[in-house]
Each structure stands twice: as structure tokens, then as C-alpha cells.
Design a protein around this ligand. Structure first.
Ligand code: ATP
Length: 331
């Protein structure tokens, strides 16, 4: 069991600016007094009375801490320490200073499909590890996917917020209806037994958003969104997907699959041609297209060359200006 230190967190850390907030408290930048190193402090108000809706149950925080301690991976935020006072628990986390993935994309204005693949690859690496440890996140959404820093051109992905995460024990049947309407799987809405496959549905939604800037199931209200999810009602509108490759659409389709048993796993996603062959394909296609430009006299390119020309166009750009962030969120 994790040790919740009874000392005052302020004796060890200076409390700084607010980095973000959630349902049960704030996340603030904190500075370790001895080393001067910056961390993120997640301050959670603990529920005092069992039937109260204020604050989070201590047992939920214990679960979040236990899971964070057990899923140590380069693409998952690290937990350093835990402090507890009468009314609050403070998680000292690795400071993830690059902001949210979608802010990064919005600022870039022009995201190449190959860049999207690079981000997805890292998200999937983190998930494969987590799912291999029988842990499901159950709250994957753009706000919970952060970038390690703002300076490098290839920042690392860090998955955060394990507040709804669950570790499956053998033979256990687990149900929960928590999550964010736009990202939750149909089986969550239907209160069916859950598995790590629910996370893979959210990955399908996130990939769709990454490539088009649109949310596939978003309705005018949460009820309408949930109805759209249950009907698995979505389409690849040509206005927003004209630049997306057929491999990308196939990847999404194999995740937005109503039956959780038929959805791709994180392991399978990492083997999907869209993820696996991206760089080689883009490089090879660019070479072939360049060769064809040099060889203008030829009127009948071979089939591989023709396929590559269309895929090379496909991987070049997306309408990032259409990105919509902070889509409604509730548990
Ligand atoms: P919710 O109620 O939405 O589930 P929460 O209370 O569980 O939220 P988090 O989602 O963990 O809190 O964090 C809230 C926000 O704080 C995040 O969206 C992010 O912007 C910021 N944040 C969280 N952890 C970190 C971190 N380690 N480094 C930097 N910023 C962070």
C-alpha cells in the first residue's frame, strides 16, 4: 500500500501557479525546497461524509496512487510522493510542461499525418504497457494527453489523470458509467461489463479528431452525443477527410467497432500498417513521386507508383484550423 505522508507539503515544496483544475481540486506547479526542482502538485479535497458529493473518496485516491505507482513507463506521468492532511491529499507528479496535445496541434496550424502517427504511436506504447498490466485508463481524452516540453520538435507524450483508472483482477466483472460523453464507448453507456477495449474506442475518437479537427459523435447535447455513440453513427466527411489516407480511415474504423471483442487492441494498433509503415512509406512514396517528376515522358506509372502518389498527397496536410478543443466534459 502506498505511503501517504502525514507531513505538511509546504514544508517540502513551495506552492506556485495553477496549471489546471479538475472536479475535485487543482493542479499547481510546486518547487522542491531542497533541490529547487519543479514538480506538479495535484491537490485533491477528500470527502468527509460518505453521502456528500463534495470531494473525492480517500479509497479512490488510494486506487489512483496504487495504479500510478505500478504503471511506470516513459509515456505515463510519474508519481513522486503523496502527502495527506486532514482535508486534502497532494500527489507530487512529474511536471509535464508542454501543455496538452491539442494545444500543440492548434498552435502548429498544420499537422502532417506522419506527425499524427508519431503521437499516436507514443500514446499506444503507453497504453500497451498499461493494458499489459491489466490497467484500463477509462478517461482517455485530449485533455489527459500532454507533451513533455514545448522546446523540442519531437516532444514525448505523457498520459495523465488516472482518477477513473481500474486494475482488473482475474475473473472480475467491472462496470462503470463514468467518463466524458464524446469519448466513452457504447458498453460504458449501456452499463455492460468493461475491459481495456473501452480505452481503444476512445483512441478511435481521438485519432478521428486528430485527423479532421471534428469530434465524430458530438451532438448538440450530451444526450444526443450518447445516442450517436450508441448508434455508432459517424462518417468520414470528405470536406475534412479528403487529405486523410485510406489506411488512417481503416485504423479508425477498426477502433470505432461496436463489439469490444472485435476492436483492435493497443498491441494490434501498433502493428496496423498506418502506424507501422508510416515513415518508410512516406519516404518511399516521396522518392517515387520525385522520380516520376524527373521522368515526365512516361504516361503509365506502375500500380505501386500510382498508389504512392495518392498516399504521398494523403500524408501531407490536414485542416488543423478546424480543431475544436475543450469539448463538453462530465462524469
Ligand atoms: P478531472 O476531474 O477532469 O478528471 P482531475 O482533478 O483528475 O481532473 P487532472 O486531469 O489530473 O485532474 O488534471 C487537471 C489538469 O491539470 C490537466 O488537464 C492538466 O492541464 C493539468 N495537469 C495535470 N497533471 C499535470 C502534470 N503532471 N503536469 C502539468 N500539468 C498537469
Amino acid at each position: 500500500m502506498a505511503v501517504f505522508k502525514p507531513e505538511n507539503v509546504e514544508d517540502f515544496y513551495e506552492i506556485g501557479e495553477v496549471l489546471g483544475s479538475g472536479h475535485f481540486g487543482q493542479v499547481r506547479q510546486v518547487r522542491e525546497r531542497t533541490s529547487g526542482v519543479f514538480w506538479a502538485g495535484k491537490f485533491l479535497k477528500i470527502r468527509k461524509i460518505a453521502c456528500s458529493r463534495l470531494g473525492v473518496e480517500r479509497s479512490s485516491v488510494e486506487r489512483e496512487v496504487e495504479i500510478l505507482q505500478s504503471v511506470q513507463h516513459p509515456n505515463i506521468v510519474t508519481l513522486k510522493d503523496v502527502f495527506e492532511s486532514r482535508s486534502e491529499v497532494v500527489l507530487i507528479l512529474e511536471l509535464v510542461s508542454g501543455g496538452e496535445l491539442f494545444d500543440f496541434i492548434a498552435e502548429k496550424e498544420n499537422l502532417l499525418e506522419s506527425e499524427a502517427i508519431e503521437f499516436m504511436k507514443q500514446i499506444l506504447e503507453g497504453l500497451r504497457f498499461m493494458h499489459g498490466s491489466n490497467v484500463a485508463h477509462f478517461d482517455l481524452k485530449p485533455e489527459n494527453i500532454m507533451l513533455s516540453d514545448k522546446v523540442s520538435s519531437n516532444p514525448n507524450i505523457k498520459l495523465i489523470d488516472f482518477g477513473l483508472a481500474h486494475r482488473f483482477h482475474q475473473g472480475e466483472e467491472y462496470k462503470s458509467t463514468s467518463g466524458t460523453p464524446q469519448y466513452i464507448a457504447p458498453e460504458v453507456i449501456n452499463c455492460e461489463p468493461l475491459s481495456t477495449a473501452a480505452d481503444m474506442w476512445s483512441i478511435g475518437v481521438i485519432t478521428y479528431i486528430l485527423l479532421s479537427g471534428l469530434s465524430p459523435f458530438q451532438g448538440e447535447t450530451d444526450e444526443e452525443t450518447l445516442r450517436n455513440v450508441l448508434a455508432t453513427k459517424y462518417e468520414f466527411d470528405e470536406r475534412y477527410f479528403s487529405m486523410a489516407s485510406s489506411m488512417a480511415k481503416d485504423f479508425i474504423q477498426k477502433l470505432l467497432e461496436r463489439n469490444p471483442n472485435e476492436r483492435m487492441t493497443a498491441e494490434e494498433c501498433l502493428l496496423h500498417p498506418w502506424i507501422k509503415m508510416s515513415y518508410n512509406m512516406v519516404w518511399m512514396c516521396n522518392r517515387l513521386v520525385n522520380l516520376r517528376l524527373l521522368n515526365k515522358g512516361r504516361t503509365d506509372p506502375d500500380p505501386l507508383q500510382r498508389q504512392c502518389e495518392s498516399d504521398a498527397e494523403d500524408t501531407d496536410s490536414k485542416p488543423a484550423s478546424l480543431l475544436r478543443r475543450r469539448l463538453s466534459s462530465s462524469s
